[in-house]
Design a protein around this ligand. Structure first.
Ligand code: SF4
Ligand code: SF4
Length: 121
């Protein structure tokens, strides 16, 4: 999923003109991507002269930090109090949740590989 690094965007509008899906507009001279319209063609990455249309993978560290912040917020809930056993159980539940997401991603990648090799393309 592409995203716009706002501090790098000059609002030149090139990506707006080049996006084949009409998924980008300017709001207060900053490009904004409509994720529901985006068809993942990658053109915005190629045409932006400021390298402001960024790749999703760059967000991994931020997303990890966000997940850890979420875990800390849950751990701080009064339900868990200072009960170390309850807190450890919560951490195990969160690990299962993220493991499930990992498996969904792995299975999806497998199925995409199958799709690549079918007559669908
Ligand atoms: S091409 Fe780059 S700098 Fe220009 S509006 Fe799009 S994201 Fe911003
Ligand atoms: S990836 Fe393609 S469809 Fe999506 S915003 Fe960029 S140019 Fe538009």
């Amino acid at each position: 999923m592409p995203w716009i690094k706002e501090e790098s965007c000059t609002g030149c509008g090139i990506c707006v003109d080049e996006c084949p899906a009409g998924a980008i507009c300017l709001e207060e001279e900053i490009a904004v991507i409509n994720n529901d319209k985006c068809i993942r063609c990658g053109i915005c990455h190629d045409v932006c002269p400021e390298d402001a249309a960024r790749h999703d993978g760059e967000r991994i560290p931020d997303e990890v930090q966000s997940n850890i912040a979420y875990a800390k917020k849950l751990l701080a809930h009064e339900h868990y109090g200072n009960d170390k056993a309850e807190q450890r159980q919560l951490i195990e539940r969160l690990k299962r949740f993220f493991t499930k997401n990992q498996k969904v991603a792995e299975k999806t990648i497998e199925q995409l590989e199958v799709l690549k090799n079918t007559e669908y393309l």
